[in-house]
Design a protein around this ligand. Structure first.
Ligand SMILES: [Zn+2]
Length: 450
């Protein structure tokens, strides 16, 4: 006789939770709120359907908080209303509204994410999205949403739920104990260097070997102790064990992220889309001689689809030397953020990469050379031709000489210390992390027992 399987009839729904802009330059951090939230949900044996997602949006908008990163969490629950209340309380508790945070929180119950969300998210990655558009979107799509302050955080909250990962990286963020918030971070520099050597290329941008500088520790008062970026859970957990510090930490959480994907620069900038604070790329021909200004910054123009655009390359990016070697006629592809027009300059793109597609031959003219004596001839006066002072041989015209270029046909990136969260580092060029595997059994979350 076959046995009847008694199924758990408890109805479960998929709940997406998105939030953003809970932090301020003075303290809290949206990822820490996520860590606290996951801790709370874990204690209730909540089923997680993916890593917490840390999505970085357009880094070139002026009113972003530190990194312009939003978080979304996807869970399965039989009691969504209880969880919503808990989340609302946590967001209120951990939002630094006194110091300028404008938190936004969105709930969306569905396993699949409608394309409207993805489109909204896509735009927030490279354009300036006003909070009124987010509020309109929330109303139109019947979302449950909450905000404090001006509600700018709603943009990231919706965007983080809608973001469609074509590529991703992971980041292991470790958190400090409360009594250490705001105190100096002491970490063994040697151990970070060692960690990079042992885990590269499965981790990236941890240590600046040229300057001997640690890149994984933030400098502000937020609760993050360090963040290691990489491609998979096991490499990150291994990396975190190599890093040495005397400080007893609270725990860590691994986020899935679009950091290191260059996703904000994938859209084409045109005369129409080149609005202030937009990010993107364009291809064109260098149309003037680069000018080097005080401070070592370089400015030049590029002609693309019959429009001329100014480009700026700032000294700290390390790419100003590259830019100053460009000449009229070079074909290049550039990416970056659009800066508003100022008194001295029209709209200008601050470059985040320069890719050289083809180099124009650089020709210089000089006095002819006497082949017999192997010496440069002297001019006999304007329009009088040239003559060798040793043997007297004459020539009527100057000669053209090709000067070898210092540049190569390749992609030039800012130096590692000048990378933004979204910058795709050299080692990630041409690769795509497509792994969709998520298991609760992975070591993606840990509160240390100490
Ligand atoms: Zn001669």
């Amino acid at each position: 006789m076959s046995e009847l399987i008694t199924e758990n009839v408890e109805k479960k729904t998929v709940l997406n939770i998105g939030f953003d802009d809970t932090d301020s330059p003075k303290g809290m951090c949206t990822t820490f709120l996520a860590y606290k939230l996951v801790d709370l949900l874990k204690k209730q044996r909540t089923e997680f359907l993916d890593f917490p997602r840390l999505v970085r949006f357009n880094p070139n908008i002026p009113w972003k908080t530190r990194g312009n990163g939003a978080v979304s969490i996807k869970i399965k629950t039989s009691n969504p209303s209880k969880i919503k209340n808990q989340v609302k309380n946590l967001v209120s508790k951990y939002s630094d509204t006194k110091n300028g945070a404008n938190p936004g929180l969105v709930f969306f119950e569905s396993d699949s994410i409608p394309h409207e969300f993805t489109e909204f998210s896509d735009l927030a990655l490279w354009q300036l999205i006003h909070r009124s558009n987010a509020k309109k979107f929330a109303k139109k799509n019947n979302l449950e949403y909450f905000y404090k302050g001006n509600g700018q955080g709603l943009v990231g909250a919706i965007g983080a739920i809608g973001y469609d990962f074509k590529d991703h990286t992971l980041e292991l963020l470790s958190y400090r104990k409360k009594q250490k918030f705001g105190k100096e971070r002491k970490i063994s520099i040697q151990s970070v260097k060692e960690m990079q050597e042992k885990t590269y290329p499965d981790t990236f941008n941890s240590f600046d070997t040229k300057k001997g500088r640690v890149l994984i520790t933030p400098h502000g008062p937020d609760p993050v102790f360090f963040g290691v970026r990489g491609e998979n859970v096991s490499s990150l957990v291994y990396a975190s064990k190599i890093i040495k510090s005397d400080e007893k930490l609270d725990g860590y959480m691994i986020f899935k992220s679009n950091q290191g994907t260059g996703d904000h620069l994938k859209n084409e900038l045109t005369f129409e889309t080149m609005k202030p604070y937009a990010s993107g790329k364009l291809t064109g021909i260098v149309s003037n001689s680069p000018k080097i200004v005080k401070g070592g910054h370089v400015f030049f123009k590029i002609l693309s689809n019959n429009n001329e655009f100014w480009c700026a390359v700032y000294k700290p990016t390390g790419m100003s030397v590259i830019a100053s070697d460009l000449i009229q006629g070079d074909k290049i592809s550039v990416g970056g953020g659009v800066r508003k027009a100022s008194k001295n300059f029209p709209r200008i793109i601050n470059l985040e990469f320069i890719e050289i597609i083809s180099l124009k031959k650089q020709i210089t003219t000089s006095n002819p050379i006497c082949k017999k004596c192997n010496k440069k001839m002297k001019s006999k006066g304007k329009g009088q031709g040239f003559q060798c002072i040793r043997c007297g041989k004459k020539s009527s015209r100057k000669i053209n000489q090709e000067i070898s270029r210092n540049l190569q046909k390749k992609l030039y990136l800012p130096k590692v210390s000048a990378h933004r969260h979204l910058t795709r580092p050299q080692q990630r060029q041409g690769i795509q992390n497509k792994s969709k595997i998520f298991k609760n059994s992975l070591s993606w979350f840990c509160v240390y027992e100490n």
